[in-house]
Each structure stands twice: as C-alpha cells, then as structure tokens.
Design a protein around this ligand. Structure first.
Ligand code: NAP
Length: 285
C-alpha cells in the first residue's frame, strides 16, 4: 500500500481505528476523518506508537453536518489531488430519535447521508486515482430494516433497531447503485458486515443492545479482527476489479432480494441528492 492514500471515517475508535492502523502498517498514508480533534489526535498518537513511520493525517468533520462535510472535502481536495481508497466507516446506533442541526434524523443523516455527500464530493479525486476503491461499512443488521422512502426521517415513529437497520440497508443500496454508476470508471464500490465487534457502537443504543455488547464482550471480535474485511476490500489484489458486492469474512455474500431492486436504489439516490443539496450538474453546489 506504499504510495496509496486512504481516507477512513470514524478513524478514532473501534473498527475505524483498527482499519487506519492496519493500513498505516501496510505503508499507506491514512487520512483519519474524526469529528472531535482531541479524540482524533489521541488515536493518531496511539497508532504512531504502534506503527513505526506511520503516515497519518487528521481531517476534522462532523458527518451530521453537511456544512462540515463540505468544508472537510474542500480541505482534503486542497491538500490532495487524488484518493486511492475511501472507507465510509463511521456509524451511530441511537436508542432515541435525535435530529441533527440540518434538521435530519441523526442515524440516517450520519450513517448514510453524510457518507453519500462525502463520496460525491470526492468522486473526481477517486477517478483521478483509478483503479481506486470505495468501501462502505454496513451491517447484517440491515435485515431488521423496513425502509419507507416516504419516511426516511422516522417521523412516523422511531424504532432504534429499525432506524439503524434502515441506515445499514441504505449503505447497501448506495453501494450497489454506486457500483452501477461507476461502472467503467475504474472505481469500485463494495460493502461489508464486519462481524459483531467489541467497540463503542452500543453505548447509545437501546438498553438491550447495550447489555448484549456488555455481557457478550469477551466473546466478540477484537476491533483488529473486525477490520479484516474492510482492510481486505481496501487492499487485496483479489478484489481489484470486483464491484457492487457485499462481503462477510472476506467472502462475497448475496443480500436479501429487496437490496437488488434498482428502482429503490435509484429513488434513494435521488432523495439523498435532494437532502444533501446535490445535483448531478453541480456536485459542489
Ligand atoms: N461493532 C459492531 O459489532 C458492528 C457490527 C456491524 C457493523 N458495524 C459498523 O461498523 C462501523 C464502525 O463502528 P464501530 O463498531 O467501530 O463503533 P465505534 O467504536 O462507536 O466507532 C464509530 C466511529 O464513528 C464516529 N462517528 C460517530 N458519529 C460521527 C459523526 N457525526 N461524524 C463523524 N464521525 C462520527 C465515532 O466518533 P466519536 O468517537 O467521536 O463518537 C467513531 O469514531 C459502523 O458503521 C457500524 O455500523 C459495527
């Protein structure tokens, strides 16, 4: 991975930090997108002590704020004309409905929309690096989804598991649609379930989920193991030309039939463009 530039969102904790560390170990320059400078600096310092000569940069952005995402994308572009690997990893699991400063339900806004916007804003840099890769960290929790495109903000009732599942289904639909749209560009897009991993994801989740993570802690995967499929998709020559797939334990797996409905993916894309004030003609508007 020497000479490769990778951007990892949510790189200060859990799977994202382990991913950043492993990519740095393999020689990549890693841009760590974190929302809090202090936590980002602490993660960068930790990786630097564990990986000799680690090349790490910090990029501060709150994925809940589209303004912040746009500012970060501009900051990235002013420093880098290209990007080899974009890893959309950051995620939240909120027990209660929260609304972002942009007026959007937070789980959907952070897990899907923030990454949708970031990816669109960095598309030219990814194309400039082709062959290049986009890796979206989804979850098998997508199976709990009941995606209602008319109520993406969960205004008609909030169920935490469903909201999280919907956002993870959106990650898959986004990946498949992205792969279709990027076909022939040299940029691949894949997604994955990392396994059930010992991280901080459960801390704001409903009590039962939080308890599950607490009780099961010793049996869960370590963050390094949880990062293995992400790292594989970001680095392995085996998947250089593979696109539009969902991986579990480094193996492509079929997803539920509804994830392959192109009409749903296209409509989600269009709604996401509207909610992020993007148009095909002017992606930086
Ligand atoms: N752990 C599992 O068992 C599991 C299973 C399936 C899928 N996943 C997926 O794995 C991914 C990583 O989660 P994790 O388990 O490693 O959890 P984690 O330890 O809680 O890490 C989540 C990361 O996302 C960041 N983040 C949250 N909100 C953000 C925002 N508004 N802007 C920017 N960054 C934000 C967090 O930053 P802060 O530290 O500042 O909050 C943190 O760095 C998620 O997409 C999750 O859905 C996890």
């Amino acid at each position: 991975m020497r000479d490769k530039l990778c951007l990892v969102t949510g790189a200060n904790s859990g799977i994202g930090r382990a991913t950043a560390e492993e990519l740095a170990r393999r020689g990549a320059t890693v841009v760590m997108l974190c929302r809090d400078r202090g936590r980002g600096e602490a993660a960068r310092a930790r990786i630097a002590t564990r990986v000799d000569g680690a090349r790490l940069e910090l990029l501060i952005a709150d994925l809940a704020s589209q303004r912040s995402v746009r500012r970060a994308a501009e900051e990235f572009k002013s420093a880098h004309p290209r990007l080899d690997v974009l890893i959309n990893n950051a995620g939240v699991f909120w027990g209660r409905r929260q609304v972002t400063g942009d007026g959007l339900e937070a789980t959907f806004a952070i897990n899907h929309l923030g990454h949708f916007l970031l990816t669109q804003l960095l598309e030219e840099e990814l194309k400039a690096s082709a062959p290049s890769r986009i890796v979206n960290v989804s979850s098998s929790a997508y199976k709990a989804a009941r995606l209602n495109l008319a109520d993406l903000q969960s205004e008609r009732g909030y169920d935490a598991m469903r909201a999280y599942g919907n956002s993870k289904l959106a990650n898959i639909l986004f990946t498949y649609e992205l792969a279709r749209r990027l076909d022939g560009s040299g940029v691949t897009a894949n997604c994955l379930h990392p396994g059930v991993v010992r991280t901080r994801i459960g801390r704001n989740a409903p009590p039962l989920i939080w308890l599950f993570f607490l009780v099961m802690k010793p049996l869960l995967l370590s963050p390094a193991k949880g990062a293995a499929t992400t790292v594989y998709l970001a680095t392995s020559p085996e998947v250089e030309r593979v696109s539009g797939k969902y991986f579990v334990k480094q193996v492509p797996q079929p997803t539920a039939a509804r994830t392959y409905t192109e009409e749903t993916a296209r409509r989600l894309w269009e709604i996401s463009e509207k909610l992020t004030d993007l148009t095909a003609a002017d992606p930086t508007a």
